[in-house]
Design a protein around this ligand. Structure first.
Ligand SMILES: Cc1cc2nc3c(=O)[nH]c(=O)nc-3n(C[C@H](O)[C@H](O)[C@H](O)COP(=O)(O)O)c2cc1C
Length: 190
């Protein structure tokens, strides 16, 4: 008797959950990004967050980059050339808890920022859907190709390149309409 009512409880819970989600089980989205210069990549990450039911997290290096913009451009070049992967701060999430992981990076010397490379190489993406997005100043290089190669096992979809101004500033060049279309395509995955 006791066992039967427990089963009924469970059935009621799952059917009310289905009603809440319009009869469709929603997939869980994590947005994780690195952003250094002006918060350009963070801006895009937050646009996606504002339109989705998602968790969002920023990647930080243990040792912060310091000096002038040009100092960091030079340091970044050196790190990219060496394939250096800086240590990143521990992340308060487990990607196993998510179905779709959107990963954002600025372009650093035609590839992803080194901190994002560290992150991608730390994870097991088997069975996950990964949405790579990047910002750049007009020289996108091979960021998306490199991100795809770094998250082995993932189903990589809806990749997006967003251009800001060529002086390394925060003026958005990609039309907002294109970004909205991309956000809609990510929503369609959920
Ligand atoms: C170290 C470094 C290297 C960069 N290399 C490139 C590049 O190869 N191609 C490009 O288009 N922009 C490059 N940029 C510009 C940034 O990708 C662009 O401004 C980006 O939107 C910054 O994003 P954030 O504000 O989120 O850091 C570089 C910037 C830095 C700091």
């Amino acid at each position: 008797m006791k066992k039967k009512s427990k089963t009924l409880d469970l059935e009621l819970t799952s059917s009310s959950m289905l009603i809440e989600t319009g009869g469709k089980k929603m997939k869980k989205l994590l947005i994780i990004y690195y952003s250094w210069s002006n918060g350009n990549t963070e801006r895009i990450a937050k646009m996606l967050q504002s339109e989705t039911d998602s968790d969002i997290l920023k990647i930080d290096t243990v040792v912060p980059y310091s000096g002038s913009y040009d100092d960091v451009v030079n340091q970044g070049q050196n790190e990219v050339q060496r394939g250096y992967e800086p240590e990143i701060k521990p992340l308060d999430i487990n990607i196993a808890d998510y179905d779709v992981i959107a990963v954002g990076t600025p372009t650093w010397w035609y590839t992803m920022a080194p901190a994002v490379k560290t992150f991608l190489h730390q994870q097991d993406f088997t069975g996950k859907t990964v949405v790579p997005f990047m910002t750049n100043g007009g020289w996108p290089g091979h960021v998306i190709k490199d991100m795809k190669a770094a998250c082995k096992g993932a189903n990589v979809v809806c990749d997006m390149q967003i251009q800001f101004d060529s002086t390394g500033g925060s003026n958005l060049e990609t039309p907002q309409e294109q970004i909205n279309e991309w956000i809609q395509s990510v929503k369609n995955l959920l």
